[in-house]
Design a protein around this ligand. Structure first.
Ligand SMILES: NC(=O)c1ccc[n+]([C@@H]2O[C@H](COP(=O)([O-])OP(=O)(O)OC[C@H]3O[C@@H](n4cnc5c(N)ncnc54)[C@H](OP(=O)(O)O)[C@@H]3O)[C@@H](O)[C@H]2O)c1
Length: 263
């Protein structure tokens, strides 16, 4: 979907990759709604981009219950592109993580994006127009010590996205799954500083299976992907072979199931 003139809602827009996606979408002529927890950073970002801010703690099911409806009411128009980008890293290993930190991680990384997709779909399907962008991670496939809750939330998210894509065949609603490698943001700083997770990342970088990207590079690839209706975006491209092991069974199932009933 071309972004000029369309309404784009970006979660995790106060900093990092989400903030760069918002900036890039504005430059391409989109009308933006920015979601993150209430903060000066979110307000400043919204002011700078002449966008609407919609503060929300996505870990709170009550706060996110009617988020799409509120965004559409504030804007006076439906959401055309939903970018689920908010995420938390939670680099503690299972021996250290608290119950509350783990609950919040699964809420923000998995349940909130699924719920926002659920809220967005009836309108998008009725209009036969819409684009769902899911920012997952290369950790949807790769697992390393210290990353268990994070990687499992992203594995669930990528699988959720793949299922939604299948259900949407023939509806006119498009989807893009984004599975980045390491990106220089606050989240990456946390991962790098952690003994276990940092070592995993270090090894991948040393083996040149991936490279450290800037959030601006990732945002550009995401937005190009949306405008070109790309199904999958993997920044950097060199990481693709690592992820193919995960995609292959899905692709095969997709082919085998071609011709089964759909909308
Ligand atoms: N950085 C990497 O290396 C990397 C690699 C692969 C995938 N990713 C994925 O890319 C996405 C963006 O990551 P990033 O690196 O840009 O992280 P970041 O710089 O830490 O930004 C995370 C964003 O998520 C928002 N967020 C966190 N908790 C929230 C909550 N409870 N409610 C609402 N918003 C919340 C934050 O806003 P507030 O804190 O202001 O609420 C912030 O805008 C994530 O889904 C991440 O898993 C990142």
């Amino acid at each position: 979907m071309k972004l000029s003139g369309v309404h784009v809602l970006v979660t995790g827009a106060s900093r990092g990759i989400g903030s760069c996606i918002a900036e890039g979408a504005t430059a391409r002529g989109a009308d933006l709604t920015l979601v993150a927890r209430p903060s000066d950073a979110l307000t400043l970002r919204a002011k700078a981009l002449e966008a609407r801010e919609l503060p929300c703690d996505l870990a709170d099911p009550g706060e996110r219950a009617d988020l799409l409806a509120r965004a559409e009411q504030d804007a006076g128009r439906p959401v055309d592109v939903l970018v689920n980008c908010a995420g938390v890293d939670g680099v503690d290993g299972m021996l250290d993580v608290t119950a509350e930190a783990m609950r919040r991680l699964y809420e923000v990384n998995l349940l909130a994006p699924a719920e926002l997709v659920r809220q967005a779909l009836p309108g998008m399907v009725a209009r036969r127009r819409g684009h769902l962008v899911t920012v997952s991670s290369g950790f949807s496939t790769v697992i390393g010590a210290g990353m268990t809750p994070y990687a499992s939330s992203k594995a669930g998210l990528s699988h959720f996205h793949a299922g939604v894509r299948l259900e949407l065949q023939g509806t006119g609603v498009r989807t893009t799954l984004v599975e980045p490698g390491p990106v220089r943001t606050e989240m990456y700083d946390d991962i790098e500083a952690d003994g276990l997770a940092g070592a995993v990342m270090d090894r991948f970088l040393k083996l040149r299976l991936t490279r450290l990207m800037t959030p601006q590079e990732v945002a550009q690839q995401v937005l190009d992907g949306v405008e070109a209706d790309r199904e999958h975006v993997v920044p950097p491209r060199r990481m693709t072979p690592v992820l193919v092991f995960d995609w292959l069974p899905r692709r095969v199932a997709q082919l085998v199931l071609t011709g089964t009933p759909r909308r």
